[in-house]
Design a protein around this ligand. Structure first.
Ligand code: NAD
Ligand code: WQD
Length: 341
């Protein structure tokens, strides 16, 4: 049985990926400092899979802790989710973001080198294409100039990984450029649980529906899109998790391999609200608010390369994503905060 180290495995995408890895027969070690997650997720994972993942509470920048993990477990590959992800916060705290996301990735790669582990799956983002890229985004496009320190930290980390691969043919890295993951595991036991007021659309909608927030502000209705609101490429987090399992298979080939993981079509903010209301029967009061600074009008993936090379598609319907989001949110109105694990 191969064993995968999952950094950030207690987080939103990481926890869903751990469940998929366990189902595919991998052993899993989670390393997470819990800066943006709750330890209750570990027992929820066990409830779903019947298998308790190994859990190490540590920071990816803690060189000794990483060395101890590689010494204790025979790790075959690493899936690296650990990082900070709030775009607005990254503008206010750039050093913290570069330190965590870039230096953290470098520290992890050094520890992997020292331990002789050279297979890595990295959480990148559609934001690396930058604001001027034409849609749909394709992997063959050059990395752009992302407008936030968060986005720049992902582009920088990809550059570090590309240089590492060029320097040593033992390295095989998949840089997975996620579009907009939403939804939750069908069990309703794990899902997205942002601290405080959500920045992202889907958790905001579901918290309005569950009565935790009064109304949604739709940021701009005068974009040059069919209904005036922004278009994004939403994909189910469980499909995204499966993409990580598929990408492990691509690590037989050395070098850096970039893949867009998206559904390949744009959905507007208003369509999202309507789909949620019609699937769940819950009203989502909203108002039209000014544009949010830095938002792009529309982007979506060309995900053909992932289909061709990884045999992966984001197959879940928008309705499924809405139903699963609501099962999680309505069953856990306080997220993991209730401590009812
Ligand atoms: P998340 O915040 O839920 O998960 C990240 C996890 O990493 C958290 O559990 C956090 O505690 C942990 N972490 C952060 N810094 C750490 C450190 N220094 N050491 C150890 N653990 C640390 O976020 P997510 O939505 O699951 O995202 C996972 C990854 O995917 C991130 O790298 C994010 O930037 C990237 N990504 C997310 C999205 C999205 O829309 N959610 C889109 C594109 C890329
Ligand atoms: C989606 C749409 C908003 C909230 C961000 C990061 C990106 C990626 C995912 C990691 C936009 C609108 C939102 C609200 C709204 N993360 N909206 N009211 O902006 O595509 O991407 O998260 O890599 O890097 O930039 O996602 O969910 O924030 O917004 O109207 O309260 O919903 O304007 O059009 P976004 P989002």
């Amino acid at each position: 049985m191969e064993t995968i180290l999952v950094t950030g495995g207690a987080g939103y995408i990481g926890s869903h990926t751990v469940v998929e890895l366990q189902a595919a027969g991998y052993g899993v070690v989670i390393l997470d400092n819990l800066v943006n997650s709750n330890p209750a997720v570990i027992s929820r994972i066990e409830k779903i899979s019947g298998i308790a993942p190994e859990f190490v509470q540590a920071d990816i920048r803690d060189v000794e802790a990483l060395a101890a993990v590689f010494a204790r477990y025979k790790i075959d590959a690493v899936i690296h989710f650990a990082g900070l992800k709030a775009v607005g916060e990254s503008v206010e705290q750039p050093l913290r973001y570069y330190d965590n996301n870039v230096r953290g990735t470098m520290a992890l790669c050094q520890a992997m080198t020292d331990a002789g582990v050279f297979k890595l799956v990295f959480s990148s983002s559609a934001t690396v294409y930058g604001p001027d890229a034409p849609v749909p985004y394709e992997e063959s496009m050059p990395l752009g100039q992302p407008s936030s320190p968060y986005g720049a930290s992902k582009a920088m980390a990809e550059r570090v990984l590309a240089d590492l691969c060029a320097s040593d043919p033992r390295w095989a890295v998949a840089a997975l450029r996620y579009f907009n993951p939403i939804g939750a595991h069908a069990s309703g036991l794990i899902g997205e649980d942002p601290l405080g007021i959500p920045n992202n659309l889907m958790p905001f909608i579901s918290r309005v529906a569950v009565g935790k927030l009064a109304e949604l502000s739709i940021f701009g209705s005068d974009y040059e899109t069919p209904d005036g609101t922004c278009l994004r490429d939403y994909l189910h987090v469980v499909d995204l998790a499966a993409g990580h399992c598929q990408s492990l298979l691509a690590l037989q080939k050395p070098g850096l391999h970039a893949f867009n993981l998206g559904a390949g079509k744009g959905v507007s903010v208003l369509e999202m609200v309507e789909a949620f209301e019609s699937v769940t029967g819950q009203a989502v009061p909203y108002k039209i608010a000014p544009r949010r600074s830095g938002d792009l009008p529309a982007f979506w993936a060309n995900a053909d390369k992932a289909e061709r090379e990884l045999n992966w598609i984001a197959g879940s319907s928008l309705e499924q994503m809405m139903a699963d989001t609501w099962r999680w949110q309505s069953g856990n109105p306080d997220g993991y905060g209730q401590g009812s694990d």
